[in-house]
Design a protein around this ligand. Structure first.
Ligand SMILES: Nc1ncnc2c1ncn2[C@@H]1O[C@H](COP(=O)(O)OP(=O)(O)OP(=O)(O)O)[C@@H](O)[C@H]1O
Ligand SMILES: [Mg+2]
Length: 456
């Protein structure tokens, strides 16, 4: 059967959710996709008021618009982006069409990822300072990864951002807990207000209390004349991030609990309570349940903090994201270090996949940064990672290496390549001298260099 111009109604059934209302707000048209997305009966919905069919619709307010507009929605049907366009007949406004552009969080995050890559490409010629303005370094779009674990993490961040519940972020060291805390704040309606962080581990116990709650003039010897605002007060209307909460002194925990429960604080030496509107986010890389058993953390405080728990996956749990993370770290480091490393040798990728990364993303960043110092050309080669002996040890045991046609050959080549490169560097690239040191003939050295793709 051939498609004809008259089939336009059919076309409408194959775009994402589309719905039309008249100026009274009654549904005139709805396609199948829209009905199934909203979980309503299409035919029964025609003629009914849009807000009866879909209570959280923004179409009614859209009726007053003169131009198309973008609508971001988060409803029981899911997250999405749609466009509303007023419709005109003979110059008179007769209704409004709304159609989805992006439907569901999966598409939304995918879109966000692609858009970020697009922007990275657009902006890569701008100086580092401009593309890394403090504020937008820590948004949900800076969380790299496409694995189910990271997608789930983004979804949890989005959910948490919409509410105001206390969030406890758990996860191993270097898994992005601080990044997550920032991302929640920057995605929430509090984003225009302060994000204040305090790290319980970096302060002596004696200082934490005054840092958190502030003090009145003359509250103790050494207190300044003006008194001081604590982090709680500084974070008012915004988010207070209590990092490494596991290090919070037990003696201070009841006061913290009270502040969170009552939503008000007392400055040291103060006489009146100060009411506050704050979202609390905490993070720990230790198991709080164990600390509770050991008597180092109060159970009542734990329950207060653990309203929403977000667990950041360790790199071992999301190995599929290592290549993406590697590339994004390289882009970042190229800017900072003024290098142009764009390629990663397959053997390096292999090493990265087979290592278990106890320090997670932070360790990956550090390892790449260290190796970058040795790079002359545009490729990250295995020999730049000699400082990381475990890589080579692991490589030999790797299943996938054993699955290759010539596992021994690969390891031998890597070792040979590494030695020759080192000797060449030591000899200032003098081939005769290098050949002598390697105890081989000059022609054989040239032959090996060709085979092992060593530039010289
Ligand atoms: N999924 C990710 N995408 C991009 N960068 C990440 C990701 N996870 C972590 N990072 C980066 O790794 C580094 C370490 O992250 P962060 O400081 O948030 O770790 P952490 O979980 O707070 O660790 P610790 O428990 O040691 O404090 C940061 O530079 C952060 O931006
Ligand atoms: Mg941290």
């Amino acid at each position: 059967m051939k498609l004809a111009y008259d089939d336009y109604k059919l076309y409408l059934d194959y775009v994402y959710g589309a719905m039309v209302i008249d100026m009274e707000g009654n549904v005139v048209y709805m396609n199948e996709q829209c009905a199934s997305y909203l979980r309503v009966d299409k035919d029964a919905s025609i003629g009914r008021h849009a807000s009866d069919v879909f209570p959280s619709t923004k179409m009614i307010e859209g009726l007053s618009c003169e131009k198309p507009r973008i609508v971001y929605y988060n409803s029981y049907a899911g997250l999405g982006i749609s466009i509303q366009a007023p419709m005109f007949k003979d110059g008179n406004k007769v209704g409004l069409i709304e159609y989805d552009v992006i439907q569901g969080s999966e598409f939304l995050y995918d879109f966000a990822d692609k858009y970020r890559l697009f922007l990275d490409g657009e902006f890569k010629f701008l100086p580092h300072q401009i593309t890394h303005l403090g504020d937008n370094k820590y948004t949900i779009n800076n969380i790299v990864g496409n694995s189910p674990g990271i997608r789930r993490l983004r979804e949890q961040i989005a959910q948490a951002a919409h509410g105001s519940s206390t969030v406890l972020i758990t996860g191993e060291t270097g898994t992005g807990k601080e990044l997550v805390a920032h991302a929640i704040h920057n995605l929430s309606s509090r984003r225009k207000h302060p994000f204040v962080r305090i790290n319980a581990a970096s302060l002596p116990d004696s200082l934490i209390e005054s840092e958190l709650f502030g003090y009145e003039p003359g509250a103790f010897t050494g207190a300044t004349k003006e008194g001081k605002q604590g982090k709680f007060e500084q974070a008012n209307k915004g988010t207070l991030f209590l990092d490494e909460i596991n290090q919070m002194p037990v003696a201070l925990q009841p006061k913290l609990l009270r502040a969170i429960q009552e939503k008000e604080i007392d400055r040291l030496g103060g006489t009146k309570s100060i009411p506050l509107d704050i979202r609390i986010i905490t993070a720990t890389n230790r198991d709080l349940n164990r600390l509770i058993k050991e008597g180092k953390f109060r159970e009542d405080l734990f329950y207060r903090l653990n309203v929403v728990e977000i667990r950041t996956p360790s790199l071992r749990d999301v190995p599929g994201d290592i290549p993406l993370l590697t590339d994004s770290i390289l882009r970042e480091l190229n800017l900072v270090m003024g290098k142009k490393v764009t390629k990663v040798d397959p053997a390096v990728r292999e090493m990265f996949q087979s290592y278990d990364w106890p320090g997670n993303v932070r360790e990956l960043q550090n390892v790449i940064e260290r190796a970058m110092n040795y790079v002359e050309g545009d490729t990250l080669l295995p020999e730049f990672f000699e400082f990381k002996q475990v890589f080579f040890d692991k490589m030999v045991n790797r299943e996938s290496l054993l699955e290759s046609d010539s596992p021994i050959e690969i390891v031998k080549n890597a070792a040979e390549r590494s030695l020759i490169r080192k000797v060449l560097v030591e000899c200032g690239n003098n081939k005769s001298q290098a050949a002598r040191m390697l105890k081989i003939s000059r022609p054989l050295l040239y032959k090996k260099m060709r085979r092992l793709e060593i530039e010289g």
